[in-house]
Design a protein around this ligand. Structure first.
Ligand SMILES: Nc1ncnc2c1ncn2[C@@H]1O[C@H](COP(=O)(O)OP(=O)(O)OP(=O)(O)O)[C@@H](O)[C@H]1O
Ligand SMILES: [Mg+2]
Length: 425
């Protein structure tokens, strides 16, 4: 078998050394830039890439691109941290002092061996230095998705997360809405740091470890519970920062650090390459699709009225075309008799059974403008600002936690000069 290799940064005279072997490995191109290596791999001329340049430049994006093209990468480095980082990104490794024959053997092996891990799902999370994870059972990922028109995805995501945190789970909220991130607003966080972009950057560099994770998604106290929050992009134009491969790594890592990962995502799922035929370019909705693909559960939120129901039907049809395996459960929000008539839940359920895609309705959340407004105004969860409200009770029901008795009491606001709970109580 002959192996055509592209070499990046021939500082060790690799090309000459490999060619002197007169073996199966042939150098087809020497490149000065890593981007040239990927471009050459796209032409199909190289079977493998030998990367001998400054390893700090090698990120997950380049390695992912090579993996996607079926071109394994062999990196020469002696730096232990870099070896750890690059192996977590799926690269093959050899020492800079290795002989030409051993490099050639390895390249042959990489080309003949089963394909290198094709994507982040196959790879470790890159936290080799962080010691054992906090939990061995991987956490659940719940994607809160739904139709356009602001049906209440963020309201549901944030409050589901809070209910789970109140029930004692270790919870992480990730704001991956690349069109209109608003978890920070809902939680009253004055935050421009785009924690989710920080997480993706760390994952991209293969250095997503515990300290970095904890810096990017600090703990916030909500309604007496604590949960981690990675805030979203402050500007929609920053969407390319959430690459699907990086996000998939972040999700894999997050599962190890939380029992429940609630991800707020945008409603749009269409793929741009259908329009542009450019499959290598970043995709506008890649982050949404990556989350939908990896989620254990998708909650599809629709507004319970004559605009919201058909929108949700279309959104689910689109989702099914693109990701046939994504199992979405429907949640109707803002449910009210004034928009659909007497017994609105029954009306919606029957309408859904007749016109909706298969699958039962998972829950109904009532219209509760007062509670929703109070929570938004205070920048806090319903459990804090409207603990006894109908909306909070319904969200807690959907979370499967129910409203704790003590929390119900909090709804009756104590007089201003009395602290609650009473001291010693
Ligand atoms: N059950 C409800 N009753 C009344 N108002 C609600 C209810 N749920 C949410 N709202 C309000 O609807 C508005 C939109 O809610 P939210 O931000 O959760 O929607 P979204 O689907 O995330 O929107 P976006 O498209 O911006 O992501 C907010 O003002 C929120 O307070
Ligand atoms: Mg939202």
């Amino acid at each position: 078998m002959s192996v055509s290799v592209v070499v990046w940064d021939d500082r060790h005279g690799l090309t000459d050394r490999l060619e002197r072997l007169r073996g199966t490995v042939t150098v087809v191109r020497r490149c000065d830039e890593l981007t040239e290596v990927v471009a050459l791999a796209e032409t199909g001329l190289a079977h493998a890439a030998l990367l001998a340049g400054d390893t700090a430049v090698i990120d997950a994006a380049s390695l992912d691109a090579l993996h996607r093209l079926g071109v394994p990468a062999l990196v020469l480095t002696d730096d232990l941290d870099e070896r750890r980082r690059l192996s977590s990104l799926g690269a093959g490794l050899e020492s800079t002092s290795a002989g030409a024959q051993s490099i050639a053997d390895l390249l042959e092996l990489l080309c003949g061996a089963p394909p290198a891990p094709g994507g982040p799902r196959d790879r470790p999370g890159g936290d080799l230095a962080a010691g054992p994870a906090e939990s061995t059972a991987p956490g659940r990922i719940v994607a809160v998705w739904g139709s356009g028109g602001s049906p209440g995805r963020t309201t549901l995501a944030v409050n589901l997360a809070v209910e789970a945190a109140l029930a004692g789970q270790r919870v992480l909220v990730l704001d991956c809405d690349t069109y209109a991130a608003s978890v920070a607003v809902h939680l009253g966080l004055l935050d421009e740091s785009a924690g989710v972009a920080q997480l993706c950057r760390l994952a991209d560099q293969g250095v997503l470890d515990r300290p970095g994770f904890e810096r990017a998604c600090p703990e916030v106290a909500v309604a007496g519970a604590r949960m981690r929050v990675a805030t979203g992009l402050p500007r929609a134009s920053r969407w390319p920062e959430l690459r699907s491969a990086s996000l998939a790594r972040v999700l894999a890592y997050a599962r190890r650090r939380a029992d429940l990962v609630v991800v707020d995502i945008a409603p749009y799922v269409e793929r741009d390459e259908d329009l542009s035929f450019d499959t290598a370019a970043p995709q506008r909705n890649a982050a949404t699709l990556a989350v939908l693909e990896d989620a254990d559960e998708v909650l599809a939120v629709g507004q319970g009225d004559s605009v919201g129901v058909p929108r949700l039907v279309k959104a689910l049809e689109e989702l099914r075309e693109i990701l046939p395996d994504a199992a979405a459960r429907v949640v109707f929000n803002k449910v009210r008799a004034s928009s659909v008539g007497h017994a609105p839940e029954r009306q919606l359920r029957e309408t859904w059974e007749r016109f909706g895609p298969s699958g039962a309705v998972a829950g109904f959340l009532p219209w509760d403008g007062e509670a929703a407004d109070r929570a938004l105004l205070a920048g806090s969860a319903l459990a804090e600002s409207a603990p006894a409200s109908a909306l909070r009770t319904a969200v807690a029901g959907l979370a499967g936690t129910g409203v704790p008795r003590r929390r119900r009491l909090l709804g009756r606001r104590p007089p201003a000069n009395v602290t609650f709970p009473p001291a010693g109580g």
